[in-house]
Design a binder for this molecule. Structure first.
Ligand code: AHM
Ligand code: MG
Length: 281
Protein backbone atom coordinates (compact mmCIF):
# COMPACT_ATOMS: atom_id res chain seq x y z
CA UNK A 1 0.00 0.00 0.00
CA UNK A 2 2.84 2.42 0.88
CA UNK A 3 4.32 2.12 -2.61
CA UNK A 4 0.91 2.98 -4.13
CA UNK A 5 0.57 6.08 -1.94
CA UNK A 6 4.12 7.08 -2.95
CA UNK A 7 3.15 6.70 -6.64
CA UNK A 8 0.09 8.89 -6.02
CA UNK A 9 2.32 11.56 -4.43
CA UNK A 10 4.73 11.52 -7.38
CA UNK A 11 1.76 11.82 -9.76
CA UNK A 12 0.49 14.82 -7.77
CA UNK A 13 3.83 16.62 -8.14
CA UNK A 14 3.95 16.02 -11.90
CA UNK A 15 0.28 16.83 -12.60
CA UNK A 16 0.29 20.03 -10.52
CA UNK A 17 3.29 21.19 -12.58
CA UNK A 18 1.57 20.21 -15.85
CA UNK A 19 -1.60 22.15 -14.92
CA UNK A 20 0.45 25.32 -14.54
CA UNK A 21 2.85 24.84 -17.45
CA UNK A 22 1.07 22.90 -20.19
CA UNK A 23 -1.59 23.96 -22.69
CA UNK A 24 -5.13 23.30 -21.59
CA UNK A 25 -6.90 23.02 -24.97
CA UNK A 26 -8.77 20.03 -26.35
CA UNK A 27 -6.91 16.91 -27.46
CA UNK A 28 -9.38 16.25 -30.31
CA UNK A 29 -10.46 12.84 -28.98
CA UNK A 30 -13.53 11.52 -27.15
CA UNK A 31 -13.33 9.31 -24.03
CA UNK A 32 -15.49 6.29 -23.09
CA UNK A 33 -18.20 8.46 -21.61
CA UNK A 34 -18.51 10.44 -24.85
CA UNK A 35 -16.76 13.50 -23.40
CA UNK A 36 -14.18 15.53 -25.28
CA UNK A 37 -10.73 15.00 -23.78
CA UNK A 38 -8.48 17.89 -22.87
CA UNK A 39 -4.73 17.58 -23.47
CA UNK A 40 -4.41 17.71 -19.68
CA UNK A 41 -6.79 14.73 -19.23
CA UNK A 42 -4.62 12.65 -21.54
CA UNK A 43 -1.35 13.83 -19.99
CA UNK A 44 -2.56 13.26 -16.40
CA UNK A 45 -3.72 9.76 -17.34
CA UNK A 46 -0.29 9.00 -18.82
CA UNK A 47 1.55 10.35 -15.76
CA UNK A 48 -0.53 8.29 -13.33
CA UNK A 49 -0.21 5.14 -15.40
CA UNK A 50 3.60 5.57 -15.51
CA UNK A 51 3.86 6.15 -11.76
CA UNK A 52 1.47 3.36 -10.74
CA UNK A 53 3.31 0.91 -12.98
CA UNK A 54 6.34 1.25 -10.68
CA UNK A 55 4.30 -0.32 -7.84
CA UNK A 56 4.73 -4.10 -8.09
CA UNK A 57 1.75 -4.69 -5.80
CA UNK A 58 -0.67 -3.53 -8.53
CA UNK A 59 -2.25 -6.28 -10.61
CA UNK A 60 -4.29 -4.04 -12.90
CA UNK A 61 -5.59 -0.52 -13.27
CA UNK A 62 -8.66 1.17 -14.74
CA UNK A 63 -8.78 4.83 -15.75
CA UNK A 64 -11.85 6.99 -16.25
CA UNK A 65 -10.23 8.05 -19.53
CA UNK A 66 -9.99 4.49 -20.94
CA UNK A 67 -12.67 1.95 -21.85
CA UNK A 68 -10.76 -1.16 -20.76
CA UNK A 69 -8.67 -2.08 -17.75
CA UNK A 70 -4.89 -2.46 -18.17
CA UNK A 71 -2.99 -5.48 -16.82
CA UNK A 72 0.09 -4.64 -14.73
CA UNK A 73 1.91 -7.18 -12.53
CA UNK A 74 0.64 -10.77 -12.45
CA UNK A 75 1.60 -11.24 -8.77
CA UNK A 76 0.11 -7.94 -7.69
CA UNK A 77 -2.53 -7.87 -4.96
CA UNK A 78 -4.34 -4.62 -5.71
CA UNK A 79 -6.53 -3.18 -8.46
CA UNK A 80 -6.39 0.62 -8.76
CA UNK A 81 -9.11 2.72 -10.41
CA UNK A 82 -8.52 6.42 -10.91
CA UNK A 83 -9.97 9.59 -12.40
CA UNK A 84 -6.79 11.38 -13.58
CA UNK A 85 -8.14 14.93 -13.70
CA UNK A 86 -11.65 15.26 -12.36
CA UNK A 87 -13.43 18.50 -13.21
CA UNK A 88 -10.88 19.25 -15.92
CA UNK A 89 -13.35 21.48 -17.77
CA UNK A 90 -12.80 23.96 -14.90
CA UNK A 91 -9.09 24.39 -15.65
CA UNK A 92 -9.76 27.10 -18.26
CA UNK A 93 -11.48 29.29 -15.63
CA UNK A 94 -8.79 28.46 -13.06
CA UNK A 95 -11.04 26.73 -10.53
CA UNK A 96 -9.73 23.81 -8.46
CA UNK A 97 -9.60 20.31 -9.92
CA UNK A 98 -8.50 16.93 -8.58
CA UNK A 99 -7.33 13.34 -9.07
CA UNK A 100 -9.21 10.47 -7.39
CA UNK A 101 -7.97 6.94 -6.60
CA UNK A 102 -9.74 3.80 -5.41
CA UNK A 103 -7.65 0.79 -4.31
CA UNK A 104 -9.48 -2.53 -4.53
CA UNK A 105 -8.70 -6.17 -3.82
CA UNK A 106 -9.80 -9.10 -6.01
CA UNK A 107 -12.71 -7.47 -7.93
CA UNK A 108 -14.06 -4.05 -8.81
CA UNK A 109 -16.75 -3.73 -6.17
CA UNK A 110 -17.59 -1.30 -3.38
CA UNK A 111 -17.20 -4.12 -0.86
CA UNK A 112 -13.64 -4.75 -2.05
CA UNK A 113 -12.43 -1.19 -1.78
CA UNK A 114 -9.64 -1.18 0.79
CA UNK A 115 -8.33 2.40 0.60
CA UNK A 116 -8.84 5.59 -1.35
CA UNK A 117 -7.22 8.96 -1.90
CA UNK A 118 -7.66 12.21 -3.71
CA UNK A 119 -5.52 15.19 -4.60
CA UNK A 120 -6.84 18.76 -4.82
CA UNK A 121 -5.00 21.12 -7.17
CA UNK A 122 -6.00 24.55 -5.86
CA UNK A 123 -4.04 27.52 -4.60
CA UNK A 124 -2.18 24.72 -2.75
CA UNK A 125 -1.83 21.04 -3.55
CA UNK A 126 -3.39 18.79 -0.92
CA UNK A 127 -3.72 15.04 -0.54
CA UNK A 128 -6.31 13.13 1.47
CA UNK A 129 -5.74 9.43 2.10
CA UNK A 130 -8.23 7.10 3.78
CA UNK A 131 -6.98 3.73 4.96
CA UNK A 132 -7.99 3.39 8.61
CA UNK A 133 -8.61 7.12 9.12
CA UNK A 134 -9.07 10.02 6.68
CA UNK A 135 -5.88 12.08 6.81
CA UNK A 136 -5.07 15.40 5.15
CA UNK A 137 -1.60 16.34 3.87
CA UNK A 138 -0.35 19.60 2.36
CA UNK A 139 2.40 19.90 -0.24
CA UNK A 140 5.27 22.06 1.01
CA UNK A 141 8.69 22.23 -0.60
CA UNK A 142 8.11 19.05 -2.57
CA UNK A 143 6.93 16.97 0.42
CA UNK A 144 3.47 16.10 1.69
CA UNK A 145 3.25 17.17 5.34
CA UNK A 146 0.60 15.69 7.61
CA UNK A 147 -1.91 18.34 8.59
CA UNK A 148 -4.87 16.73 10.37
CA UNK A 149 -7.22 13.83 10.69
CA UNK A 150 -10.52 14.76 9.04
CA UNK A 151 -13.62 14.32 11.16
CA UNK A 152 -17.14 15.37 10.19
CA UNK A 153 -19.54 16.89 12.72
CA UNK A 154 -22.97 15.31 13.24
CA UNK A 155 -24.53 18.21 11.35
CA UNK A 156 -22.97 20.69 8.96
CA UNK A 157 -23.78 24.00 7.30
CA UNK A 158 -23.01 23.55 3.60
CA UNK A 159 -25.06 22.25 0.70
CA UNK A 160 -23.52 21.26 -2.66
CA UNK A 161 -26.34 20.06 -4.92
CA UNK A 162 -25.12 18.69 -8.27
CA UNK A 163 -26.76 17.82 -11.62
CA UNK A 164 -28.94 19.97 -13.88
CA UNK A 165 -31.62 21.61 -11.73
CA UNK A 166 -34.18 21.64 -14.55
CA UNK A 167 -34.19 17.81 -14.44
CA UNK A 168 -34.26 17.33 -10.64
CA UNK A 169 -37.13 15.14 -9.40
CA UNK A 170 -39.72 16.93 -7.21
CA UNK A 171 -38.63 15.05 -4.05
CA UNK A 172 -35.01 16.08 -4.69
CA UNK A 173 -36.02 19.73 -5.16
CA UNK A 174 -37.95 19.50 -1.88
CA UNK A 175 -34.87 18.10 -0.09
CA UNK A 176 -32.57 20.85 -1.38
CA UNK A 177 -35.14 23.53 -0.57
CA UNK A 178 -35.64 22.21 2.96
CA UNK A 179 -31.89 22.43 3.64
CA UNK A 180 -31.80 26.02 2.41
CA UNK A 181 -34.82 26.83 4.58
CA UNK A 182 -32.86 25.48 7.55
CA UNK A 183 -30.02 27.91 6.81
CA UNK A 184 -27.60 25.74 4.81
CA UNK A 185 -25.37 27.76 2.51
CA UNK A 186 -24.85 26.92 -1.16
CA UNK A 187 -21.24 25.89 -1.89
CA UNK A 188 -20.92 24.36 -5.34
CA UNK A 189 -18.11 24.83 -7.86
CA UNK A 190 -18.93 21.96 -10.24
CA UNK A 191 -15.78 20.04 -9.31
CA UNK A 192 -16.60 17.15 -6.99
CA UNK A 193 -13.10 17.07 -5.48
CA UNK A 194 -13.04 20.65 -4.16
CA UNK A 195 -16.78 20.53 -3.35
CA UNK A 196 -16.48 17.36 -1.26
CA UNK A 197 -13.16 18.56 0.21
CA UNK A 198 -14.73 21.80 1.39
CA UNK A 199 -17.50 19.95 3.23
CA UNK A 200 -14.96 17.60 4.85
CA UNK A 201 -12.62 20.35 5.96
CA UNK A 202 -15.36 22.69 7.20
CA UNK A 203 -16.94 19.94 9.28
CA UNK A 204 -20.03 18.86 7.38
CA UNK A 205 -22.93 19.35 5.03
CA UNK A 206 -24.31 17.51 2.01
CA UNK A 207 -22.93 16.86 -1.47
CA UNK A 208 -25.46 15.25 -3.79
CA UNK A 209 -25.33 14.15 -7.39
CA UNK A 210 -28.78 12.61 -7.84
CA UNK A 211 -30.43 10.67 -10.60
CA UNK A 212 -32.45 13.06 -12.75
CA UNK A 213 -35.20 12.90 -15.37
CA UNK A 214 -32.58 12.99 -18.13
CA UNK A 215 -30.01 10.77 -16.33
CA UNK A 216 -31.78 8.43 -13.87
CA UNK A 217 -28.47 6.82 -12.87
CA UNK A 218 -26.71 10.16 -12.35
CA UNK A 219 -23.34 11.07 -13.80
CA UNK A 220 -20.69 10.07 -11.27
CA UNK A 221 -18.91 6.76 -11.81
CA UNK A 222 -18.83 4.15 -9.06
CA UNK A 223 -15.23 2.97 -9.42
CA UNK A 224 -13.43 6.21 -10.16
CA UNK A 225 -15.39 8.75 -8.14
CA UNK A 226 -18.19 7.42 -5.94
CA UNK A 227 -16.65 4.47 -4.05
CA UNK A 228 -13.39 6.33 -3.26
CA UNK A 229 -15.27 9.29 -1.76
CA UNK A 230 -17.76 7.02 0.03
CA UNK A 231 -14.82 5.42 1.86
CA UNK A 232 -13.30 8.79 2.72
CA UNK A 233 -16.62 10.13 4.09
CA UNK A 234 -17.22 7.01 6.16
CA UNK A 235 -13.68 7.06 7.55
CA UNK A 236 -14.24 10.71 8.50
CA UNK A 237 -17.33 9.70 10.49
CA UNK A 238 -19.91 10.60 7.83
CA UNK A 239 -22.18 8.58 5.55
CA UNK A 240 -22.47 7.90 1.83
CA UNK A 241 -25.65 6.42 0.32
CA UNK A 242 -27.51 5.95 -2.95
CA UNK A 243 -31.08 7.02 -3.72
CA UNK A 244 -32.53 3.91 -2.02
CA UNK A 245 -30.66 4.64 1.21
CA UNK A 246 -28.10 1.84 0.70
CA UNK A 247 -24.47 2.35 1.65
CA UNK A 248 -22.63 3.10 -1.58
CA UNK A 249 -19.82 0.76 -0.49
CA UNK A 250 -22.26 -2.16 -0.53
CA UNK A 251 -22.95 -1.73 -4.24
CA UNK A 252 -21.49 -3.96 -6.90
CA UNK A 253 -20.18 -2.65 -10.17
CA UNK A 254 -21.35 -4.37 -13.36
CA UNK A 255 -19.19 -2.43 -15.78
CA UNK A 256 -16.14 -0.23 -15.38
CA UNK A 257 -17.93 3.03 -16.15
CA UNK A 258 -21.21 2.37 -14.32
CA UNK A 259 -22.72 5.41 -12.57
CA UNK A 260 -25.00 5.80 -9.56
CA UNK A 261 -26.93 8.58 -7.83
CA UNK A 262 -24.91 9.48 -4.72
CA UNK A 263 -25.17 11.47 -1.49
CA UNK A 264 -22.27 12.20 0.87
CA UNK A 265 -22.56 14.02 4.18
CA UNK A 266 -22.75 14.06 7.91
CA UNK A 267 -25.38 11.99 9.74
CA UNK A 268 -28.00 14.72 9.97
CA UNK A 269 -28.09 15.57 6.26
CA UNK A 270 -27.97 11.92 5.15
CA UNK A 271 -30.98 11.23 7.40
CA UNK A 272 -32.75 14.09 5.58
CA UNK A 273 -31.96 12.48 2.22
CA UNK A 274 -33.51 9.21 3.42
CA UNK A 275 -36.58 11.05 4.72
CA UNK A 276 -37.23 12.94 1.46
CA UNK A 277 -36.42 10.00 -0.82
CA UNK A 278 -38.77 7.73 1.19
CA UNK A 279 -41.58 10.17 0.39
CA UNK A 280 -41.04 10.06 -3.37
CA UNK A 281 -43.77 7.50 -4.18
P1 AHM B 1 -15.46 14.61 -15.14
O1 AHM B 1 -14.90 13.38 -14.50
O2 AHM B 1 -15.71 14.42 -16.62
O3 AHM B 1 -14.66 15.83 -14.85
O4 AHM B 1 -16.92 14.79 -14.53
C1 AHM B 1 -17.10 14.78 -13.13
C2 AHM B 1 -17.46 16.16 -12.64
C3 AHM B 1 -17.56 16.25 -11.14
O5 AHM B 1 -16.38 16.79 -10.62
C4 AHM B 1 -18.72 17.20 -10.92
O6 AHM B 1 -19.36 16.96 -9.69
C5 AHM B 1 -19.60 16.90 -12.08
O7 AHM B 1 -18.75 16.44 -13.13
C6 AHM B 1 -20.34 18.10 -12.59
O8 AHM B 1 -20.92 17.78 -13.79
P2 AHM B 1 -22.08 18.63 -14.48
O9 AHM B 1 -21.60 20.05 -14.48
O10 AHM B 1 -22.22 18.00 -15.82
O11 AHM B 1 -23.30 18.44 -13.61
MG1 MG C 1 -14.48 12.60 -12.96
Amino acid sequence: MTEIIEAIKRSALRISKAIVEEEFGYEGSINTCGEEQLKLDVLSDKIIEEELFKASSIKKIASEEKSEETQFHEDGKYLVAYDPLDGSSLVDVNLSVGSIFGIYEKTWSGKNLVASAYIVYGPRVELVVATVKAERFILRNGEFEFMQELQLEQKGKLNAPGATQKYWYPHHKALVESLFQEGYRLRYSGGMVPDLHQILVKGGGLFSYPGTEDKPQGKLRKLFEVFPFANIYEKAGGEAIDATGRRLLELNCNSLHETTPCFFGSHYEVAKVKEYYAKKA
